[in-house]
Ligand binder design. Structure first.
Ligand code: FES
Length: 156
């Protein structure tokens, strides 16, 4: 009896659940970052700041403490430049990078409609337990657009 308990916890027993050679692993749920997510985490696009921006936002996720800043330059209603800086996890950085890529060049009326699902889809998926991270980039984008609109209304 004692030797059976010991055998249950040996490394051989743990590897017994791995798919056999040629066997397909289960497709759902997504447990790991895919290559696109890793690429955007290791080489995030549109990182930096914009001097005298038309819109700015500082947002955070109170659950984990991650934060990000996002700046936009708007001309004729179109986002001509967008930059971000993030103090966040790999998921937050990758999804923020993709959010800025999707928003670049968009009319603010269209950018306002971007969702975290759009960002996750563009990345080819993200582990379910990291989906909340995709809210930060899109949330910052929407907040920066609101800031742009408030600044614009004060100029009228
Ligand atoms: S864990 Fe905080 S945004 Fe990902």
């Amino acid at each position: 009896m004692q030797s059976e308990d010991t055998d249950e916890h040996c490394p051989e027993d743990l590897s017994a659940d791995e798919p056999a050679p040629g066997e397909q692993p289960p497709e759902e749920p997504v447990l790991f970052y895919n290559e696109t997510v890793i690429d955007h985490f290791t080489s995030p696009r549109n990182v930096g700041e914009i001097d005298n921006p038309d819109g700015f936002a500082l947002v955070g996720d109170p659950a984990c403490g991650d934060q990000m800043k996002l700046w936009i330059r708007v001309e004729g209603g179109y986002i001509l430049d967008i930059k971000f800086k993030s103090f966040g996890c790999p998921g937050a950085i990758a999804t923020s990078s993709m959010a800025t890529m999707l928003a670049m060049g968009m009319h603010i009326d269209d950018a306002r409609l971007l969702t975290d699902d759009d960002v996750v889809r563009a990345l080819g998926g993200i582990p379910a337990n990291k989906e909340h991270c995709s809210l930060m980039g899109v949330g910052a984008l929407h907040a920066a657009i609101r800031d742009y609109e408030q600044r614009s209304s004060k100029k009228l």
